[in-house]
Ligand binder design. Structure first.
Ligand SMILES: *[C@@H]1O[C@H](CO)[C@@H](O)[C@H](O)[C@H]1NC(C)=O
Ligand SMILES: *[C@@H]1O[C@H](CO)[C@@H](O)[C@H](O)[C@H]1NC(C)=O
Ligand SMILES: *[C@@H]1O[C@H](CO)[C@@H](O)[C@H](O)[C@H]1NC(C)=O
Ligand SMILES: *[C@@H]1O[C@H](CO)[C@@H](O)[C@H](O)[C@H]1NC(C)=O
Ligand SMILES: *[C@@H]1O[C@H](CO)[C@@H](O)[C@H](O)[C@H]1NC(C)=O
Length: 477
C-alpha cells in the first residue's frame, strides 16, 4: 500500500516539469499581454489627454481630423469626387472660425480662483497634485483676454495651404495676385489676426513679397449675434432662455462630477462649484490646445466626468446658438443671404460668359457665427431637443460641439460648373464633404438649383425687409 501514497521519482519529475511549464506559460502570457497593452498605448498617443475628445469649442482641430497629427499639410483630393470629369470649380466661400486663443478674462479669473484652492486648501499624496502645487505656475494673465495664440496663427496658415492644395484652380497665386480672392473678418482681434495668418499662409507658400492683400472688417455679417436686436433681447440678455442649462448644472450628474473633484483634492464639496469644475476642465483643455501638453489638471477627470461637462457646454450652445430658440439661427439670415447672393452672382456671371469676379471669399468669424448658420441650414439636428434631463439618452446626439466646432472649424461651399448649365454646390465641413440635410439626391454634390429649391423659404424670407425685428443694429450704440 505504501507505494501508492509515496509519489515516485518520475511522478515528482513530471510534476515539476508541469509546474515549470505552467509558470512559463503564465509568465509568457503575462509578457504578451503587457506587450499588447503597450501597443494599444502607443496607438493612443500618451501625450493626448484621454478626455481631449470632449473639449467642446476648446478642442483642437487635429482631434477632429486625426490624420493631420502625422502631416499637418495632408490633403486628399479624391474626397471631392465630382460627378464628371467636366466639372470645374468656379467659386469657393469659406466661413472659418478663428484659431486657438487664450482664455477670456472671465475664465482666467476663475482659473486663478481654482489654483488658489489647489495651493491653500487641497491635500493628498498624488504626484499630479504635488506637481500642481509645487511646479505648475499660473501663467495666464488677464490681459491675454482671448487673443490668438501662436498655435492659432499656425492653424490658419496651415489651413490656407491645405485649401490651396485641395482647390488649386481657385486658391491660386494667380487668383490672389489678380484680386479674385476676398477676405472679410469680424473686428475682434483674434479674427483679424486669424485673417492675417490665413493670408500669410498663402503669401509665404507662394513666396509673394511684392504685394499685400486687403481685408474688410464687417461685424454686421460676422458678428450678427451682437447686432440682431431680437436675439440680444430674447436670448443673449435673457436668463430664462437658458433655464435648461442652469437646471443641468445643478442636477445630479454635474453634482457627482464636482464631488469627485473635491474628493480628489480632499476639500469640502462646497468649494467646487460648477464654475470651478469648468475652470479645471478648461485648464486641461487650454494647456493642451496652446502648449500641446497633457497637464496634471487633466487628472481631475475621467471620461465619464468629461462627458457630463461636454454635455453642459453643448446644452448651452444648443439654447444660445442652436435649435433651442428659432431666433438663434435666424439671426444668421444676413450671413446666409450674403453667401447665396454671392453664389447667384457668380452663377449669373458664369452663365453669361463673363469671368467670375470673386472666385474665392474667405470669411473669418466665431463659433457663434458658424453654429447659428449651420443650424439655419439644418445640420446636426437631433430628433429630440437637448434638455437638462436627457444627458443619458442624448449620448449619441449629433449636436456635439466637440466634433463640429474645434478651433479653426470651417464650412466651405464650392460651386462647380459641370457643363451645359449644370451648376453644382458642394458643402464641406472641417474639410470633409457633407450633405445638406434633407437633400439626398447626388448627396455630396447636389445641383445648385436643387439647393435653392431646398432652401426656398429661407431665400424668400429670413429677410430684413419683411422681418425688421431681425435687423436693428447695436453698432451705433
Ligand atoms: C482618399 O480618399 C479616398 C476617397 O474617400 C479614399 O478611398 C482613399 O483611401 C483616401 N486616400 C488616403 C491616402 O487617405
Ligand atoms: C481655504 O484656504 C484659505 C486660505 O488658507 C482659507 O482662508 C479658507 O478658510 C480655506 N477654506 C476652507 C473651506 O478650508
Ligand atoms: C496680432 O498680430 C500682430 C502681429 O502680426 C501682433 O502684434 C498683435 O499683438 C496680435 N494681436 C493679437 C490681439 O493677438
Ligand atoms: C463657366 O466657368 C467655367 C469654368 O471657368 C467655364 O469653363 C465655362 O465656360 C463657364 N461657362 C460659361 C457659360 O461661360
Ligand atoms: C431700429 O433703430 C432705429 C434707429 O437706429 C429706431 O428708430 C427703430 O425704432 C429701431 N427699431 C427697432 C425694431 O428696434
Amino acid at each position: 500500500m505504501d507505494f501508492v501514497l509515496v509519489p515516485s521519482n518520475e511522478f515528482l519529475q513530471a510534476c515539476s516539469m508541469l509546474t515549470f511549464l505552467w509558470k512559463f506559460t503564465v509568465f509568457y502570457f503575462f509578457y504578451i499581454s503587457c506587450f499588447l497593452a503597450y501597443c494599444v498605448m502607443l496607438e493612443d498617443d500618451p501625450n493626448i489627454p484621454a478626455i481631449a475628445k470632449y473639449f467642446n469649442t476648446k478642442g483642437r482641430y487635429e482631434e477632429v481630423n486625426p490624420y493631420l497629427r502625422e502631416d499637418i499639410l495632408a490633403v486628399n483630393r479624391s474626397i471631392l469626387q465630382p460627378p464628371s470629369e467636366e466639372c470645374q470649380q468656379i467659386h469657393l466661400t469659406a466661413i472659418i472660425r478663428h484659431g486657438t486663443r487664450y482664455p477670456t478674462t472671465k475664465n482666467i479669473k476663475e482659473m486663478q480662483q481654482l489654483y488658489n484652492i489647489i495651493l491653500h486648501n487641497a491635500s493628498g499624496e498624488q504626484s499630479w497634485l504635488r506637481e500642481l502645487q509645487t511646479q505648475w505656475t499660473m501663467w495666464y494673465t488677464e490681459d491675454m483676454d482671448g487673443r490668438l495664440v501662436q498655435k492659432g496663427v499656425n492653424e490658419l496658415k496651415h489651413l490656407a495651404v491645405r485649401l490651396s492644395k485641395l482647390f488649386p484652380s481657385l486658391i491660386s497665386e494667380e487668383k490672389l495676385r489678380g484680386g479674385f480672392i476676398k477676405f472679410i473678418t469680424s473686428s475682434k482681434h483674434r479674427c483679424v489676426n486669424s485673417t492675417l495668418s490665413f493670408k500669410a499662409g498663402l503669401t509665404e507658400h507662394w513666396n509673394i513679397k511684392d504685394m499685400e492683400f486687403d481685408h474688410a472688417v464687417n461685424d454686421a455679417l460676422m458678428r450678427f449675434f451682437d447686432t440682431c436686436t431680437r436675439f440680444v433681447e430674447e436670448v443673449d440678455n435673457n436668463p430664462s432662455a437658458v433655464t435648461e442649462v442652469d437646471t443641468f448644472k445643478q442636477g445630479p450628474e454635474m453634482r457627482r462630477v464636482q464631488q469627485k473633484i473635491a474628493d480628489h483634492l480632499n476639500i469640502p464639496y462646497s468649494l467646487i462649484t460648477y464654475d470651478m469644475a469648468e475652470a479645471a476642465f478648461y485648464l486641461c483643455a487650454y494647456e493642451f490646445a496652446i502648449k500641446s501638453v497633457k497637464s496634471p489638471w487633466c487628472q481631475l477627470f475621467d471620461e465619464d466626468d468629461a462627458k457630463v461637462i461636454e454635455f453642459a457646454s453643448d446644452l448651452r450652445e444648443f439654447w444660445k446658438r442652436g435649435y433651442g430658440h428659432d431666433i438663434n439661427s435666424r439671426a444668421s439670415c444676413i450671413l446666409f443671404h450674403d453667401v447665396f447672393n454671392r453664389l447667384d452672382k457668380v452663377a449669373a456671371q458664369n452663365m453669361s460668359g463673363q469671368q467670375v469676379a470673386e472666385a474665392v471669399t474667405v470669411q473669418i468669424g466665431h463659433a457663434d457665427t458658424l453654429l447659428p448658420l449651420l443650424t439655419l441650414l439644418g445640420f446636426f439636428k437631433d430628433s429630440e431637443p437637448l434638455t437638462s434631463t436627457n444627458f443619458a439618452t442624448q449620448a449619441h446626439r449629433s449636436f456635439r460641439t466637440s466634433h463640429m466646432m474645434p478651433y479653426a472649424a470651417n464650412l466651405i461651399l464650392v460651386l462647380y460648373d459641370c457643363g451645359g448649365g449644370d451648376l453644382r454646390l458642394q458643402p464641406l465641413l472641417n474639410e470633409k464633404p457633407v450633405t445638406f440635410p434633407g437633400l439626398t439626391d447626388r448627396a455630396s454634390m447636389p445641383l445648385y438649383r436643387d439647393v435653392l429649391e431646398h432652401y426656398k423659404d429661407l431665400l424668400q424670407g429670413c429677410n430684413f425687409e419683411t422681418e425688421p425685428e431681425l435687423t436693428n443694429s447695436s453698432l451705433n450704440r
